[in-house]
Design a protein around this ligand. Structure first.
Ligand SMILES: C[S@@+](CC[C@H](N)C(=O)[O-])C[C@H]1O[C@@H](n2cnc3c(N)ncnc32)[C@H](O)[C@@H]1O
Length: 271
């Protein structure tokens, strides 16, 4: 594992993550009861616009029960569980952080989805899969933590079938200095943002062409504004991110409002 991967691994890491999540969930469902994907959605979708973003991208990716899906940088597994529960497809989630994989596995058992969704620790740059092993790869809010974008996209290309779909949801660089800490990095040393144009060029060099390419910056600004104004007291991403959660979300909203960053959603196929 590279130095960068090790430093990314440390951001937000906490040995007691599963315990924190258990405590947050105990306020809405007793520990011996089954959880639903909908109940977990405010807490387990570790990206801007939450379950809404995953739902839109999944619809655009045209998933079916036979689709073999890889959720790359799966976090605590919210998107992977949503895809399996909604489309009946099998999903594998990979993440660098053992604490996230532990929490993802626990939550999936609580949702009784373990037959469809599996998780393993792994690095997106060295995937433990054969060529063409997946029909769809999801990559939500992960690329900005990976320095070698060419290697990342080449690895995705390798494990996708020729007609496979690559679904991305990224924060992109616009104009001006980024304010940290951000949801994916405590400071600039583990942040590897690209502009929308450079992202497009890197994808083209890895032989991907878009079937959907959408600027979601304004809808994300609106969503963050509503989320920050909400008085809901239920479990939220704070259980995963920790006590800095309000500062981190506030910084993301500011970076987007001030045009320092933007949000890109896309679905691509191989050339
Ligand atoms: C902001 S979270 C997004 C999680 C998930 N995709 C979601 O949307 O809920 C980014 C995730 O990418 C993971 N990650 C970063 N670099 C990685 C790498 N090189 N290989 C695998 N996972 C990585 C992090 O550990 C983290 O869980």
């Amino acid at each position: 594992m590279t130095d960068t991967a090790n430093r990314v691994r440390e951001h937000n890491s906490a040995a007691d993550l599963t315990d924190r999540i258990k405590s947050a969930l105990a306020t809405i469902v007793p520990e011996n009861e089954k959880l639903t994907v909908a109940q977990l959605a405010p807490l387990d979708q570790f990206h801007a616009r939450g379950i809404l973003a995953t739902t839109e991208l999944a619809d655009a990716a045209e998933l079916a029960p036979s689709t073999r899906v890889l959720d790359l940088g799966c976090g605590i597994g919210g998107p992977a569980r949503y895809l399996a529960a909604t489309f009946g497809c099998k999903v594998i989630g990979i993440d660098l952080r053992p604490g996230f994989i532990g929490a993802a596995t626990y939550l999936t058992e609580r949702c009784e989805l373990s037959d469809l969704v599996k998780f393993q620790i792994g690095d997106a740059l060295h995937l433990p899969f054969e060529n063409e092993a997946f029909d769809t790869v999801f990559l939500q809010h992960v690329a900005m933590s990976i320095e070698d974008r060419a290697a990342l996209y080449a690895e995705v290309n390798r494990i996708l079938t020729p007609k496979g779909r690559f679904v991305i949801h990224d924060i992109v660089l616009r104009d001006g200095d980024v304010v940290y800490p951000a949801p994916w990095a405590r400071d600039a040393s583990t942040s590897f943002l690209l502009s929308e144009l450079d992202t497009r060029m890197a994808l083209e060099q890895a032989r991907f062409k878009p079937v959907l390419w959408r600027d979601d910056t304004q809808s994300t600004i609106d969503w963050l504004k509503a989320a920050m104004a909400s008085s809901s007291s239920g479990p939220n991403l704070g259980a995963v991110i920790g006590p800095d959660f309000p500062v981190i979300i506030g910084n993301l909203a500011r970076n987007l409002r001030e045009n320092r960053l933007g949000v890109l959603s896309a679905v691509l196929t191989r050339y």
